[in-house]
Write a protein that binds this ligand. Structure first.
Ligand code: SAM
Ligand code: SF4
Length: 321
């Protein structure tokens, strides 16, 4: 079992398989072209899997594959199958922008993927294009439908932004409700890579928009999930992730691995340690030791709640959010 310095059980690993992306969401990526990490600096799927086996053996029970855009990486289905074949009862999930899912959803499900979170910030083509800086909506919608057809358990993530998509909060909720999918509204988290022109809605403002149409009842948080759940009168449940107000650090159970092999104990802080050299040299003992050190030194709290608009230096596209 993996326990951090504050007694929290760590059993959730988020693995970013690439920091590259086919979108340029205004809240996540710099607008101008910038240089990607050279491909040779990335861990191969075989090496990532070597580490994942260790992590599972030590007590990791849930793995989420993310990015950048994880579906851009070749043979993602084979990587998923490696993990599934090693431990079929692992809670295996993927977070994606959905653009490439129309072709790949069935392959991913066949490989052993169980759950998928798809980002959907607007149902209007021009607004989706403004946010992602690319014409994306029809592909994303097809990706959602094909994921459902493939039997994947789908959740939708939306980041509401002032004056851009905040008038679509209820529309997206209704879209998900009609399909029996859970939606999670995520407060925009300030970071130094986002466009300077955007401002997010806080949790209270998001709930106010929903209350214009629905009566909502607070339910609470499920286990270590960062999402706080609410119920509509007809029983439909949605989530709200509001780190500015709610401190979910107390129950945090996660660490993150980047595509370059950095293990990150907290999304907010710059601290990280690399397992790349150890894994590439086949030194599993050393990689295990690094993982335990990272977990031992996991900070107690992030800093979004300290004061309004704290800015993180960590890129969401690098860590996978
Ligand atoms: N490309 C995939 C996607 O967009 O779903 C996976 C990676 S993305 C970094 C993971 C999640 O982080 C997405 O749901 C995205 O909306 C969210 N995200 C990115 N930047 C964010 C920010 N500044 N504040 C809040 N959520 C953010
Ligand atoms: Fe790409 Fe996801 Fe970031 Fe959008 S949120 S730029 S899709 S990594």
């Amino acid at each position: 079992m993996l326990i951090d310095g504050y007694g929290r059980k760590i059993d959730y690993l988020r693995v970013s398989v690439t920091e590259r992306c086919n979108f340029r969401c205004q809240y996540c990526m710099p607008e101008k072209p910038f240089s990607w990490v050279p491909r040779e600096n990335l861990l191969s799927f075989e090496d990532l899997f070597k580490f994942i086996k260790v992590a599972i053996d030590e007590g990791i029970k849930k793995i989420r594959i993310t990015g950048g855009e994880p579906t851009l990486r070749h043979d993602l289905d084979k990587f998923i199958k490696m993990i599934y074949d090693y431990k079929s009862d692992i809670d295996l999930a993927l977070t994606t922008n959905g653009y490439l899912l129309a072709e790949s959803a069935q392959k991913l499900a066949d490989a052993g993927l169980k759950r998928i979170n798809i980002s959907l910030d607007s149902l209007k083509p021009e607004v989706a294009e403004k946010i992602a800086q690319k014409d994306v909506l029809s592909n994303v919608l097809e990706g959602i439908e094909n994921s459902l057809k493939a039997g994947l358990k789908v959740k939708i993530n939306m980041v509401p932004l002032k004056g851009i998509n905040d008038n679509e909060i209820v529309d997206i909720l209704d879209f998900c409700k009609e399909r029996g999918i859970q939606v999670r509204f995520i407060e925009y988290m300030e970071n130094s890579y986002a466009s300077n022109d955007i401002k997010g809605l806080n949790g209270k403002e998001i709930l106010e928009k929903i209350k214009e149409k629905y009566v909502i009842k607070k339910i609470g948080r499920e286990g270590s999930s960062p999402a706080f759940h609410y119920k509509l009168e007809d029983g439909y449940i949605f989530g709200l992730i509001d780190p500015h107000k709610h401190d979910f650090c107390e129950n945090c159970n996660r660490i993150r691995l980047t595509a370059e092999g950095y293990l990150i104990p907290c999304l907010y802080f710059d601290e990280a340690m690399s397992i790349k050299e150890a894994i590439e040299a086949g030194d599993i003992q050393k990689a295990t030791q690094i993982m335990k050190e990272v977990i031992r030194n996991k900070p107690e709290k992030n800093r979004w709640s300290e004061e309004e608009a704290q800015t993180s230096n960590r890129a969401f596209y690098e860590t996978g959010g």
